[in-house]
Ligand binder design. Structure first.
Ligand code: 1CP
Length: 353
């Protein structure tokens, strides 16, 4: 990319907020902003399976760019899934209708870890890097592109449970019973994730988000013992200067230790009050945290709740408006567009100088 193009991206409201610099308005984007609630997405999905979509760079780029343009958001996130990184380790991944992700050969015994392969991202995940290169070319020049990966705990949880879970009992039992194998598994995942994210940065992502979606099932002391060494190591290995966003659900008790593990921006879910959470997170930017269910209510209610989030952020530099978790399928696109416009209008600040 040319230096003037990079500079333009660096001056965008999203990149400024990541660095806690004042921006002309509060930047906004939405977790899972490209997805089933959008007719354009459903049209593409009618023709290909979810994994095929992820693995076809032209289609992944199209879905990414269409969502960002239609919604008028301040950043795009590359269309993919956190679970694609599990395949090259040797996990058999399938997205089944209605049931969500399934891993057909879950890790259940300590001995299941050793056969997992080391991931060479450029070989096995090149389709994501290609999708990023294509998307970067097609996206409006002022819009940053976010790359992402699952964080090692959440990836290990899917690998061990074999799919979604409510309480992650199998994952935690594995962690407690086989600390050595747990370390080996987390080590393999961490090496894969660091290389994968650096590859996304090299391909053209301006920022990266680590989704530790389900780490909220751990206590702070378990987080410190079983997760912290790996997540913090990944973040230290990422290309310096590229903002890292670090997010999980139900992490109200973990915010300080997650912040210590790393990230320029901590993602807040909808269980916490943004103002209180931010007070505890001195020295970082925050992203969040409107409850996605609010978008299923009437317009007035959505905007009232958005107002509350903006009030809690108080116009301080370093707030990225987002949902506290992903957009739900029954959401109407009109409500999302109204939300984005409202955040822009209400947070507009006269430029200084
Ligand atoms: O078309 C379909 O039926 C597939 C639905 C779908 C979509 C649109 C899945 C399956 N993944 C995605 C895309 C996706 N996943 C994105 C795209 C970019 C965007 O935001 O626009 C991203 C960032 C993800 C990340 C992801 N996948 C997370 C982390 C975010 C979160 O929600 O906490 C997780 C946990 C997943 C796993 C996953 N993939 C798909 C589903 C339904 C799930 C969740 C299953 C579960 O609840 O355990």
């Amino acid at each position: 990319m040319k230096p003037e193009e990079l500079e333009r991206l660096n001056q965008s409201p999203f990149m400024k907020a990541c660095r806690r610099l004042p921006a002309p308005h509060t930047p906004v984007w939405l977790l899972r902003q490209a997805g089933r609630y959008m007719a354009e997405y459903r049209e593409v999905r009618a023709k290909v399976s979810f994994l095929e979509l992820c693995k076809t760079p032209e289609l992944a780029a199209e879905v990414t760019v269409t969502a960002a343009r239609r919604l008028g958001v301040d950043a795009a996130i590359i269309f993919s899934d956190i679970l694609v990184v599990l395949e090259p380790l040797g996990m058999e991944l399938e997205f089944t209708k209605g049931e969500g992700p399934v891993l057909h050969n879950p890790i259940r015994e300590a001995a299941d870890v050793q056969p997992l392969r080391e991931v060479v991202a450029a070989e096995s995940l090149g389709f994501v890097f290609d999708a990023i290169r294509l998307t970067r070319r097609e996206l409006p020049g002022h819009l940053p592109l976010i790359g992402f990966s699952g964080a090692p705990f959440t990836l290990a949880a899917y690998a061990i449970e074999g799919g979604s879970s409510r309480n992650f009992d199998l994952t935690k039992a594995f962690m407690y019973r086989h600390p050595g194998a747990w370390g080996d598994l987390m080590g393999k995942l961490s090496r894969a994730v660091a290389e994968y994210l650096n590859g996304q940065i090299a391909a053209g992502a301006q920022a990266v988000q680590l989704f530790d979606s389900w780490v909220g099932c751990l206590s702070p002391s378990d987080y410190r013992e079983y997760v912290f060494p790996y997540t913090s190591q990944i973040i230290r290995q990422l290309k310096p200067g590229v903002p890292v966003l670090h997010f999980g659900v139900g992490t109200g008790m973990l915010l300080e230790v997650m912040r210590e593990a790393g990230g320029d921006v901590i993602g807040l879910d909808f269980h916490v009050e943004l103002d209180e959470a931010w007070r505890r997170l001195d020295g970082v930017a925050v992203q969040g945290n409107l409850d996605p269910v609010c978008l299923l209510a009437e317009r007035e209610f959505v905007l009232r709740r958005a107002r509350r989030v903006l009030d809690q952020a108080g116009g301080r530099p370093g707030h990225i408006f987002n949902l506290g978790h992903g957009v739900l399928p029954p959401t109407t696109v009109d409500n999302v567009i109204a939300l984005v416009e409202y955040v822009h209008e209400q947070s507009a600040r006269p430029s200084r100088g």
